[in-house]
Design a binder for this molecule. Structure first.
Ligand code: ATP
Ligand code: MG
Ligand code: MG
Ligand code: MG
Length: 351
């Protein structure tokens, strides 16, 4: 009997397009002899559209876009009628969603309430990992080294902009990185070298979130590592990102062919050990399960800072996370299988 898999993709998120690419790649890599694959497309407005189980992998992104016919679909009926008899295992939900309303614990909460197994991180880890301020506070408590930062609410900023800018300038020295607290793919992120750029960066970041984070900018190499597992997480090799752009912005991530991903990264063994330890600590303190990609900065002097974790990292075959695993001996289809197994394992432990 084939295991039923429901793929959730698209999503009400500024990372909708990134999720679409991930979904296309996953659909093509899933073993259709082993799984019955049902796509559920979430529109940019947040409508859920389910279609029949696929007969075979789709070839084009367009084939994954389904227009909603009804005004709204109820999520419970979406996942229901999937059991043909009582002995059948429940379907596994694969939330291939990045950013808000998907990577942030909201969809995970829905799946918990429906008592369905799903791939990846649970509610708490997803939510804490999505909010850079909460994440950094937890990391600080765990003693993980990271850059200084200031968190600002839109409300505070609207009350007295000058006061907020001064506060930031007292705490940090230019350049800064201004980011929406909850997002990814570098959307809404700007580097600022002076007050003028700071003001512009605030306006942009506040378009995406009511809370932003201002971080001390550092000169450093960017090193990333993959972690998979539940109670016993394991690390991949490390990779380095060398963007041609000023920093690893949205364009450098998805449009530039000039951004180099160097795997394995050429770093000293002890730096690799430090990164592995920090990544495992991050995984544990956020109570992660399934997978994360942890992003680091390594300075010229070999100091290692954690930047962030991503609880549903970019997942196309040319994304960093799958490439790191490929170089660690786990190819793309095996990685997907493993993540599904880990989701089922965690679900069974809770029953
Ligand atoms: P994703 O989820 O796609 O990895 P994100 O939107 O969560 O990205 P970050 O990883 O926090 O964003 O930052 C994006 C990029 O901006 C980094 O990869 C790096 O190039 C640059 N950057 C971010 N913060 C800093 C910093 N404090 N100092 C120097 N560079 C930074
Ligand atoms: Mg991120
Ligand atoms: Mg991300
Ligand atoms: Mg990142």
């Amino acid at each position: 009997m084939k295991r039923k898999i429901f793929l959730l993709y698209g999503g009400k998120s500024a990372e909708h397009q990134v999720s679409m690419r991930t979904a296309l790649a996953v659909v093509q890599a899933l073993d259709f002899n082993k799984y019955e694959v049902t796509p559920i497309y979430i529109t940019e407005n947040g409508q859920w559209v389910k279609r029949e189980a696929l007969e075979s992998p789709v070839k084009q992104l367009n084939d994954l876009i389904v227009q909603p016919t009804k005004k709204e679909e109820n999520s419970i009926t979406l996942f229901n009628n999937s059991k043909t008899n009582d002995n059948e295992e429940p379907p596994v939900i694969f939330p291939l969603l990045h950013g808000t309303n998907g990577e942030d614990g909201t969809v995970q909460g829905l799946l918990e309430v429906l008592n369905l197994p799903y791939v990846g991180n649970g509610v708490l880890a997803s939510a804490a990992g999505m909010d850079k301020v909460i994440m950094k506070n937890i990391f600080a408590q765990a003693g993980l080294k990271q850059v200084d930062f200031v968190s600002v609410l839109r409300y505070e900023w609207e009350q007295d902009k000058e006061k907020v800018y001064q506060l930031v300038e007292e705490k940090l020295t230019y350049p800064y990185f201004v980011k929406p607290a909850n997002l990814g793919s570098s959307v809404g992120i700007n580097k600022c070298r002076d007050r003028n750029e700071l003001e512009k960066a605030f306006v942009e970041a506040f378009q995406y979130d009511r809370k932003i984070i201002v971080e001390q900018g550092i000169e450093a190499r960017e090193i990333e590592i993959g972690v998979i597992g539940n109670e016993e997480p394991k690390c991949s090799v490390v990779g380095e990102i060398v963007p041609k752009a000023e920093f690893y912005d949205y364009k450098a991530k998805y449009e530039d062919r000039d951004t180099a991903l160097i795997i394995p990264a050429d770093i000293p063994e002890d730096t690799y050990e430090t990164i592995k330890q920090m990544a495992i600590t991050a995984f544990k303190v956020l109570d992660c399960s399934g997978l994360i990609r942890a992003d680091f900065f390594v300075t010229k002097d070999g100091e290692v800072y954690i930047n962030e974790v991503n609880t549903m990292p970019g997942f196309t075959p040319v994304s960093m996370f799958p490439l790191l695993w490929k170089h660690s001996g786990v190819d793309y289809p095996q990685l997907i299988d493993r993540l599904i197994e880990l989701g089922i394992e965690r679900y069974n432990e809770k029953q």
